[in-house]
Ligand binder design. Structure first.
Ligand code: PLP
Ligand code: ZN
Length: 445
């Protein structure tokens, strides 16, 4: 047994000196007030195994029978949160989701090697589980060993964050409070934190308004902040990059396309692909496409105006409700990700994202509106020639579309604003008579 000690600490994202324990309830750099990042001891990690050695370790645990090893996040625990003993891990066996080769859809849009990373195939139905398992494990372990005083875990949410926080909080036996924008989350998303016993607080504002309130509660030390401003979330979410590389035989795709709102996940993909390259498991990073809804597109605007900072906008209503965000907290992190990954930002209108979903569904997928934004962006990049025909393109599907039944129903009824439901499929009502049904089948085949 090697005795190399692995460690990870919080550091200022902008490089101010000083480091802070992951057990500290700290969300901003005490020097500059900016964002924090988790810094791993890369020298210790490479002393433990070389690239090939780590690939072997990760492959041996992939979807293993043991729930901790078999978790897509905790199977890579040394790279995620090495300080958490395996006995303290709060897990639902998240991760290990399919990388689905979307052959029929890809053929239609001239991207033969189109893949969809199905992050919605998870306990609470979105990729948020990947970050929340890390946050819940670090915090509950710290509390258990007397290194943190117990407090309520809290978040602002467009729906999926609160579902994941409530589930992992319930698993760990920790109190949870969630702040939701009134009328802007789906029924399925609203009922999840209710069912898990969280305090569900609906505020008469949008996501950005909820975010302001929860940040102030955290600053007053009344709650522990569970939004992705907290870099513990990003540590778990970066395993999407690890898995995509692993599922492609440790040969990263040419492009990865991600629907983005608060932009934490864009930072997570960058952190993951950068770490793989640095520790010698892969030799390059994919190009990144950050995909936004046209109705909530602050990053798109900043990128195309060649700005280095992102100005807030007032997000307009979009069916891609999880990314209806005008003041993205992780914008500086995403800027760095775009730079490092030779990235671009694309957008999709309500009509484009809805049509992309309908096309995907017809080809056997079942795409949530956010996945529709990313699919539409990929189709546009292909049409522009930026994505080449031979490129392997991974679209990250961030949630399970079963959470967005209202969207599907309204699409097929033709009642979504600004959407032409060209692929609507209307059910028919017929008499319970074999001849009537046979006649209908013959007439419509
Ligand atoms: C949270 C979420 C996003 C956006 O992720 P960010 O890290 O906020 O950019 C996209 N899609 C779904 C379904 C989400 O729940
Ligand atoms: Zn700083």
């Amino acid at each position: 047994m090697t005795m190399t000690t692995l460690s990870a600490v919080f550091r200022c994202f902008s490089g101010c000196p000083g480091e802070h324990s992951l057990d500290q309830a700290i969300y901003r750099c005490p020097t500059c007030g900016g964002l924090l990042a988790v810094q791993h001891d890369l020298a210790a990690l490479s002393a433990l195994h070389d690239g090939a050695g780590w690939r072997e370790v990760f492959d041996s645990r992939y979807r293993a029978r043991d729930i901790v090893d078999g978790s897509g996040v905790w199977g890579k625990r040394e790279w995620v949160a090495p300080g958490v003993p395996t006995g303290d891990v709060v897990t639902t066996g998240e991760g290990g989701s399919p990388l689905f080769p979307a052959r029929r859809l890809g053929a239609e849009v001239d991207i033969p090697e189109l893949y969809v990373k199905q992050c919605g195939a998870s306990h609470t139905g979105s990729f948020k589980d990947l970050g929340m398992t890390v946050l819940a494990s670090v915090v509950s372990s710290a509390i258990k060993h007397g290194r943190m005083t117990p407090r309520t875990l809290a978040c602002a949410s467009t729906g999926d964050t609160s579902a994941a926080l409530a589930a992992y909080g319930a698993l760990a036996g920790m109190p949870v409070a969630v702040l939701l924008p009134r009328g802007l989350v789906s029924t399925a998303q609203l009922v999840q934190p209710i069912a898990h016993g969280a305090r569900v607080i609906s505020l008469d504002t949008d996501f950005d308004g909820c975010m302001k309130v929860v940040q102030e509660l955290a600053a007053r030390d009344l709650v522990y902040l569970a939004n992705s401003m907290n870099p513990l979330r990003i540590e778990g979410q970066k395993t999407v990059a690890f898995e995509v590389a692993q599922q492609l035989g440790w040969d990263p795709p040419e492009w990865i396309v991600l629907p983005s709102g608060n932009l934490g996940n864009a930072a997570a993909l960058h952190a993951g692909f950068a770490m793989l390259k640095e520790l010698g498991l892969t030799s390059r990073m994919p190009r990144l496409c950050v995909a936004q809804a046209e109705n909530a597109n602050p990053m798109y605007r900043a990128f195309h105006a060649k700005e280095t900072t992102v100005a807030s906008v007032t997000a307009k209503k979009t069916v891609a409700s999880a990314i209806q965000i005008g003041a993205p907290v992780s914008a500086p992190r995403a800027m760095r990700a775009l730079e490092a990954m030779n990235g671009v930002v694309e957008q999709a209108s309500e009509d484009e994202l809805s049509d992309a979903c309908a096309r995907a569904d017809r080809a056997g997928l079942y795409a949530c509106p956010h996945t529709g934004v990313a699919l539409a962006a990929a189709f546009k990049l292909r049409a522009q020639g930026l994505i080449k025909k031979t490129d392997r393109v991974v679209v990250v599907s961030t949630a399970n579309a079963l959470k967005f039944t209202e969207f599907k129903v309204r699409y097929h009824e033709g009642t979504l604003p600004d959407v032409d439901s060209r692929r609507a499929n209307k059910p028919v009502e017929l008499a319970a008579d074999v001849d009537v049904v046979a006649k209908h089948l013959a007439a419509t085949s």
